[in-house]
Design a protein around this ligand. Sequence first.
Ligand SMILES: Cc1cc2nc3c(=O)[nH]c(=O)nc-3n(C[C@H](O)[C@H](O)[C@H](O)COP(=O)(O)O)c2cc1C
Length: 209
Amino acid sequence: MQLLQNLEWRYATKKFDSEKKISNSDLESIKTAISLAATSYGLQAYKVLIIEDPEIRKKLQPESWGQSQIVDASQLVVFCNYTKVDEKVIDDYLKLKADIQELNFDDLKGYGDFMKSKLTELPDDVVKAWTAKQTYIGLGNLLAACAELKIDACPMEGFEPEGYDNILNLSEKGLSAAVIATIGYRSEEDMTQHSKKVRKPMDELFETI
Ligand SMILES: Cc1cc2nc3c(=O)[nH]c(=O)nc-3n(C[C@H](O)[C@H](O)[C@H](O)COP(=O)(O)O)c2cc1C
């Protein structure tokens, strides 16, 4: 299975070659893979920032535990979850669905009401945690797509979300940085690429009942 070989090949890259950039067509493929991620109800309650600007990345590095990937990688990808899911978010999704699938918007009212009953009454912190979880599926797609393209990546939680929200003006847009990834090409000097993968034995990780 090619996917398994790709997943063996990939590793969380610690040191990128700052001279090597991802081609536009590969970047488009990675973006498409993220956009095809499954999301709860299909709402895609997040936005993905692709940051290339070196100045912004320099500002973000101290908010990222000083990690070098932030400035050295070809792109920094920031998954920003919605901090609120209101009726408009749901109606916008239903309009898009009606448009693409050539359905009558009014026929989707029952489904919309169901979603609204489940989501709009939830406390803010619960909604925020729920939309943040969705972003990790997009992150998984990014990692798999990069591995297939032989592009290196590092998924990262080692950053201060508040610092990112301030620098990128996310709060005023109803967004918050949930998880990030750096993508590009490994440096020959990155010793991590030679390390064996550390994974629990299969019989410890899995149980069939
Ligand atoms: C959500 C998440 C957050 C992570 N945060 C960081 C990080 O901030 N910095 C880093 O160098 N690696 C980070 N990693 C990489 C993990 O340490 C790495 O995936 C794990 O040790 C397994 O190694 P492998 O991905 O090379 O197989 C993160 C991984 C995940 C999935």
